[in-house]
Design a protein. Structure first.
Length: 254
């Protein structure tokens, strides 16, 4: 499970994004692929400065299919098309990704996904944050890609936060997210990391602290989901002027 956090401040006119770097084939037992997986991908073209970030609950790649590379290809192509706004681009992205996944499944480039034993036939595979500025206007779409085990098809549940207000969203640890929102008391084992997200929060500070907290070894005792979180944290800010890495992913291609 990826620790991923995205925040937006309408007052500052900027997004901030952070993610952990761990990529694993399984969490029980832990089979680590790498501890510096890039999960945030910025793109720039004329009137658009955008990015996508991915949290994978299913395997993101096989020997013949890579979800991240396919998402990057889609974004690179879509940013050059004449959409009216960023939301149109984001919704086209989510549509294209379901078709790419369905095609890969039919061609046998990915094995059939399975649902957890305690779930229904539908399971959440990937969470995408697609966000940024398109023609100087901010947009943010969250796309949850759902897989139906019974008929082997994909669907999407989308969300559009109100960008007239401060926004914060995250994946990783639900209990830690609740602590950051003040919905439950901070666990004593994380007392020195206590932080409360509010409309006055600095976006970069909020997202970085959340991911950093989820990646702590002690966090695995607080929430077992954190077993799959760790590695190098990478983070950046996105404004109308473009994306700036605050902490670059290791081996970032430039």
């Amino acid at each position: 499970m990826t620790a991923l956090a995205l925040a937006y401040s309408p007052v500052l006119g900027k997004f901030a994004i952070a993610a952990d770097g761990l990529s694993s084939a399984a969490t029980v037992p832990m089979l680590i692929d790498t501890d510096h997986q890039q999960k945030i991908f910025p793109f720039q073209h004329n009137h658009a400065s955008i990015a996508f970030a991915i949290a994978g609950l299913g395997r993101t790649r096989t020997n013949s299919f890579n979800t991240v590379l396919e998402a990057a290809k889609q974004t690179d192509a879509l940013i050059k098309r004449p959409f009216h706004n960023g939301y149109e681009l984001a919704y086209k992205f989510r549509f294209n990704m379901t078709k790419v996944l369905e095609k890969a499944l039919k061609e046998g480039r990915v094995a059939a996904f399975t649902a957890p034993s305690d779930s229904t036939n539908k399971t959440l595979l990937f969470i995408f944050y697609v966000f940024g500025y398109f023609k100087q206007k901010p947009f943010w779409v969250t796309a949850d890609i759902i897989y139906d085990v019974a008929d082997q098809t994909f669907s999407v549940i989308s969300g559009e936060p109100d960008l007239k207000e401060f926004q914060f969203a995250s994946t990783g640890s639900y209990p830690i997210q609740q602590m950051f929102y003040g919905q439950i008391p901070f666990d004593a084992r994380l007392a020195d990391r206590k932080y409360l997200v509010s409309e006055n929060s600095a976006p970069l500070e909020a997202v970085y602290k959340f991911v950093e907290t989820c990646a702590l070894p002690i966090a695995r005792e607080v929430d077992p989901w954190c077993r799959g979180i760790g590695g190098q944290i990478h983070a950046g800010e996105l404004t109308r002027d473009g994306f700036i890495w605050i902490e670059e992913p290791k081996n970032l291609k430039k």
